[in-house]
Design a protein around this ligand. Structure first.
Ligand code: SF4
Length: 293
């Protein structure tokens, strides 16, 4: 049976060299926060929990990338970089502005491609045209926030888009030749393992190159944190070992051609309310790989 490729090798093959993602905060917002679809955002969302310090400043895209390159200087030989538009919704701006921002990122020395993280309802025809055009000269990876295939869950967490919308966006991006990844969250309120497995099975039918998922984290200042602390919402309380077991079952259901980018997330300790595992990703990997039957 063919082995699943490691994510780092997948990127190396795609770009012909080792690449490092550099976070960029381009000042985007999100239609689920600016009033277009909603104002509160997804119930679990606090962008500060996944934006590194050098991506939070108000400096230009170029300066952020140069600062981030400086941060990684000397760590690895022969490394090139990908500009990672991760904060908020990476395609949520007029297409002319997007073009300027993406071009600016690609003009920074040693930046060889883009990773754009976005919502499935922010992939219109103009955005598809732009991404396809850039992808002709530089590889573009698009990460779609799917989270769950269950519309009742998407409603509960206030995603303000449907599962159908996510499927359509992924198919359209893949048809344009883009490398597409999906983002899922495990342990969303109201979901049991069967629900999660259904999502995983559905995801496996889509034209995806990568999947990344992580445990639901309760982050300070979010609506989920308020609901959870009041006892209005129950959040699953896995031990790292239990979660690692679940990851193994999940990965066993994902077709081998889909690369697993990651399976755990670690919000900054000062923001994290639950679960407080206190593990770095490498430590979780050790648990995942150890035999604890
Ligand atoms: S998780 Fe993404 S889509 Fe949801 S509110 Fe946050 S930035 Fe917007």
């Amino acid at each position: 049976m063919t082995e699943r490729q490691e994510y780092s090798n997948f990127l190396k093959h795609l770009f012909g060299t080792r690449v490092q993602k550099l976070n960029v905060n381009a000042g985007f917002t999100c239609p689920n926060r600016d009033g277009t679809l909603g104002i509160g955002g997804c119930t679990y969302c606090n962008n500060a929990s996944f934006t590194p310090a050098f991506g939070r400043c108000s400096s230009s895209v170029t300066q952020q990338l140069l600062d981030a390159k400086h941060f990684y200087r000397g760590k690895y030989a022969d490394t090139k970089y990908l500009a990672y538009f991760q904060s908020f919704t990476g395609t949520y701006a007029p297409v002319d502005k997007l073009r300027l921002l993406y071009d600016e990122a690609l003009s920074v020395p040693d930046v060889v491609g883009l990773v754009v993280s976005t919502r499935p309802d922010c992939i219109g025809n103009e955005v598809l045209d732009l991404l396809e055009d850039i992808n002709n000269d530089h590889r573009v990876i698009v990460e779609i926030g799917v989270e769950s295939s269950h519309d009742r869950t998407l409603k509960l967490i206030n995603r303000c888009h449907s599962w159908q919308c996510a499927q359509d966006a992924i198919k359209q991006l893949a048809q344009r030749g883009l490398v597409v990844g999906a983002h899922l969250i495990l342990g969303l309120p109201g979901e049991d393992e069967n629900d999660m497995m259904t999502t995983v099975d559905e995801i496996g039918k889509l034209p995806l190159a990568t999947v990344k998922f992580h445990q639901l984290q309760v982050i300070k200042g979010t609506r989920l944190a308020h609901e959870w602390s009041r006892g209005d919402v129950e959040v699953v309380d896995w031990t790292p070992q239990e979660y690692a077991d679940l990851c193994r079952r999940i990965i066993g259901r994902i077709p081998k051609h889909i690369i697993i980018e990651r399976m755990v997330s670690t919000a900054p300790p000062q923001l994290l309310l639950h679960p407080k595992w206190g593990l770095k990703p490498a430590q979780f990997k050790e648990i995942f790989e150890s035999d604890f039957e």
